[in-house]
Design a protein around this ligand. Structure first.
Ligand code: DOR
Length: 331
C-alpha cells in the first residue's frame, strides 16, 4: 500500500520550509519532490496548510505501567505519542515495581511488545544496591540516576556510589540532577509552610546546580557519556556554557521554557514538578541555551498524576485499533 501526502510544507535537508509532495511505500519514504507518483489505488492525504515533520523522539517520559495503570498504560500512553507525532519514546524506571533488574525490564518489554503503537526504549534505574547489574541488563537505552527527587529506592545521592557508577561500564548515564542533601536540609528549614510555591524555594537553583556540577565532574573524570535531563535554571545554562563536554547532552522541557513560579497562583499544585518551575529570567536563559546549542533538545518529562482517592479499577477494554488502524498491533 502506498500513501501520497500532498501539498504539505516540509523542512528540507538544507533547512528551508517548502511545499512538497511525499510518497510512502510500506514503511519507507519513497519520494519527496515537487511532483511524485500517485497511482489510482494509493491513499491520498491532502495536507495543504499543514506542516509535515519527521517522527518526533521524546527522550524522557514517565509512563505508569506497571503499577499505576488507572493513570495511563502503555497502550494509552503510546497512542497519545502517536497522536502528537511522537514515534519513539524513552521511558524512565520509576514504575511500580521500579525497573531495576532484568526481570522487571523483561516484564516491561513484554508489556510494551503487546501494547505499544510506537517505538520504545527503557532505562534501567540505579539504586544503591543494583550496581552489579547496571551494565548487564539488556536491552536498555541507558542508566537513569535520580541524584535527587527520589522515587522509593531510586536514589543515588552519595558521591562514592555515584563515582563507582560513572567509573564502571560505558553505557549512557542520564541524571535527574538535584542535590538531595540540600533538598533535605531546606525541607526542614521550610517545615510547616503550606504554600505550594515554597516547593521552588526548597528545591532551589543551587540544589540543581550542585548536582549538575557533580555530574559533569564525574563525567569528565571517566570520560563517561552523560545526559542531563530537564535542565531548569539559568545558572546551570551559564555553568554548562563554560564546562559542557563534547560527550555530554542536555535537554529542557516545554514547561521549564514556558512557565514560571507565577503558575502556582493560577493552578496550585498542578504546577508542582521536579525540578520545580523557576523565574522568567531562567526561562530566557534556557531559550538562549536551546538556541545556541548549550541545550541539545526538548523532552516532555510526561508524567501523569491523579488524586489517589479517585483511582478507578483498570477498565477492561480489549486491545484493538480504537481508530488507530494503521498503528494498532492487533490489526
Ligand atoms: O515532576 C516529576 N515527575 N519529575 C520527575 O522526574 C518524575 C515525574 C514523575 O514520574 O511523576
Amino acid at each position: 500500500m502506498a500513501i501520497a501526502i500532498q501539498n504539505a510544507v516540509i523542512c528540507t535537508p538544507e533547512g528551508e520550509l517548502r511545499q512538497q509532495q511525499v510518497r510512502l511505500e510500506g514503511d519507507r519514504i519513497a519520494e519527496v519532490a515537487e511532483t511524485v507518483t500517485v497511482n489510482p489505488d494509493d491513499t491520498v492525504i491532502e495536507a495543504t496548510g499543514l506542516t509535515l515533520l519527521p517522527g518526533v523522539i521524546d527522550p524522557q517520559v514517565h509512563f505508569r505501567e506497571p503499577g499505576l495503570e488507572h493513570k495511563e498504560d502503555l497502550f494509552t500512553a503510546s497512542c497519545a505519542c502517536a497522536k502528537g507525532g511522537v514515534t519513539s519514546f524513552l521511558e524512565m524506571p520509576n514504575t511500580r515495581p521500579p525497573t531495576i533488574d532484568q526481570a522487571t525490564l523483561d516484564d516491561k518489554l513484554a508489556r510494551a511488545a503487546a501494547k505499544c503503537v510506537v517505538n520504545y526504549g527503557f532505562f534501567i534505574g540505579a539504586t544503591k544496591d543494583n550496581l552489579a547489574v547496571l551494565n548487564t541488563v539488556y536491552p536498555v537505552c541507558g542508566i537513569k540516576i535520580f541524584m535527587g527527587s527520589m522515587h522509593g529506592s531510586l536514589l543515588v545521592d552519595e558521591e562514592p556510589i555515584l563515582d563507582r557508577i560513572f567509573s564502571e561500564g560505558k553505557r549512557l548515564i542520564a541524571v535527574h540532577a538535584e542535590d538531595q542533601g540540600r533538598i533535605r536540609a531546606r525541607r526542614e528549614q521550610f517545615a510547616g509552610m503550606t504554600d505550594v510555591a515554597v516547593h521552588s524555594q526548597i528545591q532551589d537553583e543551587i540544589a540543581a546546580l550542585n548536582a549538575t556540577q557533580l555530574a559533569i565532574q564525574l563525567s569528565r573524570k571517566y570520560e563517561r557519556r552523560l545526559h542531563i535531563l530537564h535542565l531548569s535554571t539559568g545558572i546551570e545554562v551559564d555553568f554548562l556554557r563554560q564546562h559542557k563536554l563534547p560527550w555530554v547532552t542536555v535537554e529542557v522541557t516545554p514547561q521549564h521554557l514556558l512557565l514560571t513560579t507565577e503558575a502556582y497562583a493560577k493552578i496550585g499544585s498542578l504546577a508542582q514538578m521536579n525540578p520545580p518551575l523557576r523565574t522568567e529570567a531562567d526561562n530566557k536563559k534556557l531559550w538562549q541555551g536551546l538556541l545556541d546549542g548549550v541545550i541539545d533538545f526538548i523532552a516532555t518529562d510526561h508524567a501523569p498524576h491523579t488524586l489517589e482517592e479517585k483511582a478507578q479499577p483498570i477498565p477492561k477494554v480489549p486491545l484493538g485499533c480504537r481508530g488507530w488502524k494503521l498503528l494498532c498491533p492487533s490489526c
